[in-house]
Design a protein around this ligand. Structure first.
Ligand code: SF4
Ligand code: SF4
Length: 339
């Protein structure tokens, strides 16, 4: 199937009558995903959005339920967001990040109704990356600029049009509803060429990294690696796979609500116990945890690396910490098994 670029605003306008439609829109010097009221607002030419798509499924701050306690007892009220949504213009790395977050919010022990209701009711339309940024390294972490993992439809930019690839039943239903024309052989060939020409310039060699992390918890390399890090948490908030949160009650007298907020392992209070003990008192321990969580613990638990190589943490770190360099440094260090 194929859709001309000039028809995209009309296509989105039609979707808007049936769905809440989210797309990248311009904000200051970057783009973010926002609900759009007009197809013309979607900006599909920029690099990946500054904030990852995770916030549409796992918001930065979310009321889980409200409660009131009266003489008759306690009353809880909760609302799940079951609006039908289309997220248009998702890059493959962000789509894959949702597959990783599914392990966290939908597993044998726990199914998160807030996240899952949004996931079930959302169609993800991706756009492949013809020109990956210099900070991208998706191919080093089992992804790619045209990877369809997690998507329902993938659009491949062939110049004046997008060739549409159906990935899932949800995607098929949306494409049929849109009535896209069939792609000619020349269009399919142009899409194949675009895929071939897309170069992810940066490759990070992760060979042996997991084996190294399995044994180097006490390696002196950690003393050095974290030195520049300010512990600001920007990398964790902007990371599409970071998912730590805190839950607080906001209450006055007997009425209130329970709210879930993003948290960050970069912050000293993140691990502070009620007893006053804090198992991660230093920045070294916190930075080590960030790397360990993504490249060891998540792999141990889910057999997947919790990084999709989007490069946001590289682009946005105020002191230019580069996770690619950190990983190479860790991989190259000598393991120490003792404490
Ligand atoms: S963005 Fe940079 S300085 Fe801030 S916590 Fe992450 S690595 Fe450290
Ligand atoms: S660790 Fe950095 S490169 Fe990897 S997914 Fe998170 S923000 Fe992207």
């Amino acid at each position: 199937m194929i859709v001309s670029k000039k028809d995209i605003p009309n296509f989105l306008d039609k979707l808007i009558s049936d769905y809440q439609v989210f797309a990248p829109v311009k904000k200051d010097t970057f783009t973010v995903f926002k609900q759009i009221c007009s197809g013309k607002d979607a900006v599909l030419t920029a690099d990946n959005t500054k904030l990852p798509v995770k916030e549409l499924f796992f918001p930065q701050s979310e009321k889980l339920y409200s409660y009131s306690v009266t003489e008759e007892g306690a009353k809880l009220e909760t609302t799940l967001d079951d609006q039908q949504k289309v997220v248009f213009g998702v890059r493959p790395c962000d789509a894959k990040s949702l597959v990783l977050l599914d392990h966290v919010f939908n597993n044998d022990k726990y199914q998160d109704p807030y996240y899952l209701t949004r996931r079930d009711n959302t169609v993800l339309v991706g756009i492949g990356c013809n020109n990956p940024a210099s900070t991208c390294f998706c191919t080093s972490v089992n992804g790619g600029p045209f990877d369809t993992n997690g998507l329902d439809l993938l659009l491949v930019d062939t110049g004046d049009a997008y060739v549409v690839e159906v990935v899932s039943d949800k995607g098929k239903a949306l494409a049929e509803k849109a009535g896209f024309a069939a792609a000619a052989d020349a269009d399919k060939a142009a899409a194949a060429k675009a895929k071939e020409d897309a170069v992810v310039a940066c490759q990070v060699n992760l060979d042996g990294l997991k084996a190294k992390l399995d044994v180097n918890f006490y390696d002196p390399i950690w003393e050095k690696i974290h030195e520049k890090c300010l512990g600001c948490g920007a990398c964790t908030y902007l990371c599409p796979t970071c998912h730590c949160f805190d839950i607080v009650d906001d209450a006055v007298d007997c009425n209130g609500c329970r709210v879930r907020n993003w948290d960050s392992c970069a912050f000293p209070l993140f691990t502070l116990h009620g007893s006053g003990h804090n198992p991660r008192t230093s920045n070294k321990e916190r930075y080590r945890n960030r790397i360990m969580h993504k490249f060891k613990y998540f792999v141990d638990n889910n057999n997947e690396i919790a990084c999709v190589g989007c490069g946001r943490c590289i682009k946005n770190c105020p002191v230019n910490m580069d996770i690619r360099v950190v990983l190479e440094d860790v991989r190259g260090s000598e393991a120490r098994l003792d404490s």
